[in-house]
Design a protein around this ligand. Structure first.
Ligand code: UDP
Length: 239
């Protein structure tokens, strides 16, 4: 018999930068098309997939605030950037035959459904990918926190956090030759060691609700499926 996926419902968190590819800014259609194909492979396994996408490839609130802009206004711009990324991902997914819905935490009737938890769950049950845009809808938060919050709300079994490195290291592996990769870490380890996995708000939300996070390398093709099938790649953060 064919192997069964490890998870039935996942929340995949992509940073905005993941969509920019080598451009470093904006959205690279080729990169986003590849990611969409990988998500389709997971949908084809019968796994339910929710997505949260960052906005850092377009706008970051903290960066603008550090240059004098009002923080809350800047954060709203950052949230709008995540909606742009969500629409781009929706387009890419539909091009590869995946049915999607975008739900925005900031109401935007013409472009997205409003966030309605029960409706999101219904979409997932029908095999649609639900893309949660506009973060939590609140300034001073991040899309990592939005990912944790939404994952909890929809009862996802895990957050898959896609990055450019193949897990969590004791130091930046690009800068430090002695950096070692962790197979597994506790939430407290992440918080105490100040590891740059997710911000503290997102990490403690996962800790309080026992939601595991798998940090893995998105740049290696097929990795989303590997994680979903339970292959021991990346680093798992749990209790
Ligand atoms: N943001 C926010 N509230 C949220 C989520 C995001 O204010 O709940 C804003 C914030 O300004 C942030 C920007 O949106 O800088 C983009 O999100 P993030 O930096 O998390 O994106 P990523 O780093 O994952 O690309």
């Amino acid at each position: 018999a064919e192997a069964k996926p490890k998870y039935e419902r996942i929340l995949l968190k992509l940073s905005g930068e993941a969509l920019a590819g080598n451009l470093g800014y904006g959205i690279d259609p080729e990169v986003i098309g590849d990611i969409a194909g990988e998500i389709r492979d997971v949908i084809d396994l019968g796994v339910q997939v929710a997505l949260v996408i960052g906005g850092g490839n377009i706008f970051r609130g903290v960066a603008a605030a550090s240059r004098g802009m009002d923080r809350a206004s800047a954060d709203y711009m950052g949230m709008l950037a995540t909606v742009m990324n969500s629409l781009a991902m929706q387009d890419a997914l539909e091009k590869v035959g995946v049915v999607t819905r975008v739900q925005s935490a900031i109401e935007m009737q013409a472009v997205a459904e409003p966030y309605i938890r029960r409706r999101a769950v219904r979409h997932l049950e029908k095999g649609r990918v639900v893309i949660f845009g506009a973060g939590t809808g609140n300034p001073y938060f991040t899309t990592d926190t939005a990912a944790s919050l939404r994952a909890m709300e929809i009862n996802a079994e895990v957050i898959l956090k896609a990055t450019k490195v193949d897990g969590i290291y004791s130091a930046d592996p690009n800068k430090d030759k002695d950096a070692v990769k962790y197979q597994s870490l506790s939430y407290l380890d992440v918080l105490k060691k100040g590891l740059q996995v997710m911000d503290a708000t997102a990490t403690s939300l996962c800790m309080d609700n026992d939601l595991p996070i798998v940090v893995f390398d998105l740049t290696r093709r097929g990795n989303i499926k590997r994680v979903v099938m339970g292959e021991p790649i990346g680093t798992i953060v749990k209790g």
